[in-house]
Design a protein around this ligand. Structure first.
Ligand SMILES: *[C@@H]1O[C@H](CO)[C@@H](O)[C@H](O)[C@H]1NC(C)=O
Ligand SMILES: *[C@@H]1O[C@H](CO)[C@@H](O)[C@H](O)[C@H]1NC(C)=O
Ligand SMILES: *[C@@H]1O[C@H](CO)[C@@H](O)[C@H](O)[C@H]1NC(C)=O
Ligand SMILES: *[C@@H]1O[C@H](CO)[C@@H](O)[C@H](O)[C@H]1NC(C)=O
Ligand SMILES: *[C@@H]1O[C@H](CO)[C@@H](O)[C@H](O)[C@H]1NC(C)=O
Ligand SMILES: *[C@@H]1O[C@H](CO)[C@@H](O)[C@H](O)[C@H]1NC(C)=O
Ligand SMILES: *[C@@H]1O[C@H](CO)[C@@H](O)[C@H](O)[C@H]1NC(C)=O
Ligand SMILES: *[C@@H]1O[C@H](CO)[C@@H](O)[C@H](O)[C@H]1NC(C)=O
Length: 336
């Protein structure tokens, strides 16, 4: 009897050990939750404040006041986790991306950029399908490039002052263009839109490249870019036959993609560059370097142009093709 009352007394006055632990745990978790909320709020506040202010902090840390205030969003001081930028820790870095299409000179353009000691352009990193399977995968990849953690033969990590890669418009860009443009604007990525004016030459190059992929004409290996005249000649010997039924719809569609991409990325800091202008005008590469804010110098590539002859000599059914194009808007470009 006595024992029973003592037991019931204990039960009502003091909860058992397990219950007390449980309550303690709840209180602790609530505390952590509140702390987390506060933390989250400050993070959000920092993110939503004008990015130029956030970046100005970084600028003064590195004691660089040269850029005009409306452009500080494009000045970065990445601190890679896997290595130190050493003496160049305070060398400002521009983030860049080259948006282009197949056979528009972007491979050549990239070798030119990479001949600069302060530019790293990492190639076509989104040709790996898995990296474009969803937007989070895309953004994660971008973050890695712009944190200077992407390592390949083009990486000049420490003293790089412009870092980027080339991205083909058919590699999920048009699908996620809104999120990607937002990322570029938020992160301060400068965009180079690289196009080829002569879409007929682009098409010849696409078909010749597809042919070589199958035939492997250079001693059994397929090459998209070559380094000698002899190799170029072998590849240029193939004259594709163009399907005149699908020709105009195809060229129009390519043009449509170019126009749409300009529309999608017009809000970013960007320049539009044409392959033909880089070929014909040495100033074009100086303008690019000014855009990237790197010391201007002359850039070199070992690549040799493949198709150098007039189009009439590079298309098997040229007579039909020129008849098909006669009187269209496209005809003016394709005389060369
Ligand atoms: C960004 O900051 C500038 C001044 O530093 C201010 O004039 C402007 O209103 C701010 N913009 C936003 C969106 O907060
Ligand atoms: C910054 O301002 C200058 C003139 O003050 C202007 O020429 C330039 O285009 C502006 N840059 C950006 C990114 O808005
Ligand atoms: C360019 O790279 C060289 C060599 O790595 C380095 O000494 C120099 O500080 C860099 N300059 C800029 C502006 O990034
Ligand atoms: C996105 O794609 C990557 C790689 O394919 C995959 O690992 C990841 O689970 C995907 N994430 C979402 C949210 O679907
Ligand atoms: C990058 O890769 C090269 C080999 O390809 C290696 O020598 C170098 O140490 C790597 N750099 C970093 C920072 O991981
Ligand atoms: C193929 O290989 C031979 C010998 O290895 C070389 O002399 C020749 O230049 C190569 N041809 C091409 C088109 O690469
Ligand atoms: C040419 O293109 C049309 C339309 O796309 C297609 O129907 C036709 O089969 C093609 N002809 C050849 C020879 O490939
Ligand atoms: C145009 O034709 C080429 C060659 O057949 C093809 O690779 C390309 O995908 C086509 N482009 C469009 C936008 O249809």
């Amino acid at each position: 009897m006595d024992r029973e009352s003592a037991f019931s007394f204990k039960l009502s006055k003091s909860p058992p050990f397990m219950l007390r632990m449980f309550l303690l745990l709840v209180v602790m978790m609530f505390g952590v939750y509140i702390g987390f909320l506060c933390l989250k709020q400050t993070t959000v506040q920092i993110e939503s404040t004008n990015r130029s202010i956030v970046n100005e902090g970084a600028v003064t840390r590195c004691d660089i006041l040269s850029s005009s205030s409306n452009e500080t969003i494009f000045v970065h001081f990445p601190q890679p986790k896997t290595y130190s930028r050493g003496e160049c820790a305070c060398t400002p870095v521009q983030f860049v991306v080259i948006l282009s299409m197949q056979r528009s000179g972007s491979g050549w353009f990239e070798t030119l950029l990479n001949s600069h000691p302060n530019i790293s352009s990492h190639g076509e990193i989104f040709s790996v399908k898995q990296r474009t399977s969803n937007i989070s995968s895309i953004l994660m990849t971008l973050d890695r490039v712009y944190s200077l953690e992407w390592n390949n033969s083009a990486a000049k990590n420490e003293c790089v002052s412009a870092v980027g890669f080339k991205w083909m418009l058919n590699q999920a860009i048009m699908v996620y263009h809104r999120q990607i443009a937002n990322y570029f604007n938020w992160k301060g990525v400068s965009v180079i839109l690289l196009f080829r004016r002569n879409l007929l030459r682009k098409l010849v190059s696409v078909l010749a490249n597809a042919y070589d992929k199958e035939m492997k004409q250079l001693n059994g290996t397929h090459k998209s870019h070559v380094h000698t005249k002899e190799e170029a000649e072998v590849l240029a010997n193939f004259k594709p036959t163009l399907n005149t039924t699908s020709l105009i719809p195809n060229l129009s569609q390519v043009e449509r993609i170019m126009v749409d991409s300009l529309q999608h990325f017009k809000s970013t800091r960007h320049i539009i560059l044409y392959y033909e202008d880089i070929v014909n005008n040495p100033r074009a590469l100086y303008n690019v370097q000014e855009f990237l804010k790197v010391p201007v110098r002359s850039l070199l590539s070992r690549q040799v142009k493949i198709h150098t002859r007039p189009l009439s000599e590079q298309i098997e059914n040229w007579a039909d093709v020129s008849t098909t194009l006669r009187g269209t808007q496209l005809s003016q470009w394709h005389k060369t």
